[in-house]
Structures are given as structure tokens and as C-alpha cells.
Ligand binder design. Structure first.
Ligand SMILES: Nc1nc2c(c(=O)[nH]1)N(C=O)[C@@H](CNc1ccc(C(=O)N[C@@H](CCC(=O)O)C(=O)O)cc1)CN2
Ligand SMILES: Nc1ncnc2c1ncn2[C@@H]1O[C@H](COP(=O)(O)OP(=O)(O)OP(=O)(O)O)[C@@H](O)[C@H]1O
Length: 180
């Protein structure tokens, strides 16, 4: 089996090649999310601002706002921690050195206990909930301390019948995986 870094490198190439397909699949995955009971009962939702190779999250953010839910976005912090902060609106996000728009750090806007966390990644095994992300362990660290519901939107290029990477003890399984 490939190591995690080897698998991630090959998978990132596949994600780049499939970017248009992933964009095309996003609306259907978001529609499934909006039908979940976990979505309806959540007052606060943690998601991300998606990049070009990820499932488009703009529709999630809009739907949450329209439903009166609070949108929380991650900000990368020292020691590979993430703070989830209330979305200040697209005009007030600050682009990190990794190119991801993030909320500025405002202590009063931190909420580490969202009612629902939508987890990004580069590959998933829907049958088991296994996930591999971009490789810094941010979500694994966060989810280790989070006990609420988790969901991932899995486009076809990220869908694996079995893990093609080593699943380790600290890898947190995702509870609900939505597929095309
Ligand atoms: N749209 C989106 N936002 C997200 C994530 C995501 O997966 N998608 N994240 C999901 O986690 C967090 C940011 N994730 C990151 C993952 C890796 C690196 C990274 O590899 N940076 C350096 C290496 C740094 C290091 O090794 O400490 C690099 O690219 O060289 C940065 C941010 C929070 N925001
Ligand atoms: N709960 C944790 N506490 C401390 N370190 C952790 C924890 N979870 C993962 N790590 C560390 O994070 C590093 C990256 O893990 P891994 O390669 O699984 O990241 P990933 O799941 O792809 O990334 P991410 O979760 O950011 O999307 C590993 O070196 C691992 O030791």
C-alpha cells in the first residue's frame, strides 16, 4: 500500500483533473445535505470556504444563512489547531498564506462546539467513514475533542470502496457520508 503522503500526492492530481466533475456534482450533494435531520436541527454549522478541487460550499453557506443558521468557518491557529469563528461575510474574510479565506481572529466569535461539522477531505470510504485530508491533521485534532454530528460530501473522485491509504488510530471516522 502507498504511504499517506504518496496516496495524497496521487489523489491531489486526480482531484485537479476531476475539478470540473466535482463542481458539477456539488449541487446534488448539497441538496442531500439540506435534507438531513442533522442539518435541520443545527443552529450552528461548521463548513469551509472551498477551493477549486473541493466540493463547492457556497450553496451551503447561503442555505444556512437563509435558514437563520450561524455559519462557522475554520481559522488555522498555531500548533496545528483550528478555531471555528462566526463567518464575518465574504468581504471581511482574510486569505491565509494557503489561499483559503478565513475569518479574522476575534475571541468573542469563537465557537468550538458547532451543532454540525461538514468535514472536507481528499478521499473517503463511505462504507466505513474513513477519511484522509490535506495532511496537516487539523480536522483529526479538532474532531478528537468534538462529539457532535459530522458529515462529508463525497464526489465520485473522492469515493473509495476500500481505503487505498493506511488508516491510523488517530483518524476520526466521519458519521454520515453523502455520495453521488
Ligand atoms: N477549504 C478548506 N479549508 C480548510 C481546510 C480544507 O481542507 N479545505 N482545512 C483542512 O484541514 C484547514 C486548512 N488546512 C490546511 C492543510 C494543510 C496545509 C499545509 O499542508 N500547509 C503547508 C504545510 C504546513 C505544515 O506541514 O505544517 C504546506 O502546504 O506546505 C495548510 C492548511 C482549514 N481550512
Ligand atoms: N488527535 C491528534 N493529536 C495529535 N496529533 C494528531 C492527531 N490526529 C492527527 N495527528 C497528527 O497529524 C498528522 C497528520 O495526520 P494525517 O496525515 O492523518 O492528516 P489528514 O487527516 O490528512 O489531515 P486533516 O485532518 O488536516 O485533513 C499526523 O502526523 C498525526 O500524527
Amino acid at each position: 500500500m502507498q504511504t499517506k503522503p504518496e496516496f495524497r500526492k496521487a489523489q491531489l492530481k486526480r482531484l485537479n483533473d476531476a475539478a470540473k466533475q466535482t463542481q458539477a456534482e456539488s449541487a446534488g450533494l448539497v441538496a442531500q445535505l439540506l435534507a438531513l435531520p442533522q442539518w435541520h436541527s443545527a443552529r450552528t454549522i461548521a463548513t469551509t470556504v472551498s477551493g477549486p478541487i473541493e466540493v463547492t460550499t457556497g450553496g451551503i453557506i447561503e442555505a444556512a444563512q437563509q435558514a437563520g443558521k450561524t455559519v462557522l468557518l475554520p481559522r488555522v491557529m498555531p500548533h496545528r489547531q483550528m478555531a471555528f469563528l462566526k463567518d464575518p461575510g465574504s468581504a471581511n474574510r482574510v486569505t491565509s498564506k494557503f489561499g483559503i479565506p478565513e475569518p479574522p481572529y476575534v475571541e468573542a466569535a469563537v465557537d468550538q462546539h458547532p451543532d454540525l461539522v461538514i468535514v472536507p477531505g481528499v478521499a473517503f470510504v463511505p462504507a466505513t467513514g474513513a477519511r484522509i485530508g490535506f495532511g496537516a491533521g487539523y480536522y483529526d485534532r479538532f474532531l478528537a475533542k468534538y462529539d457532535g454530528p459530522t458529515v462529508a460530501l463525497v464526489p465520485s473522485v473522492m469515493n473509495f470502496a476500500a481505503p487505498a491509504w493506511p488508516v491510523e488510530a488517530f483518524d476520526v471516522l466521519i458519521q454520515t457520508l453523502l455520495t453521488v
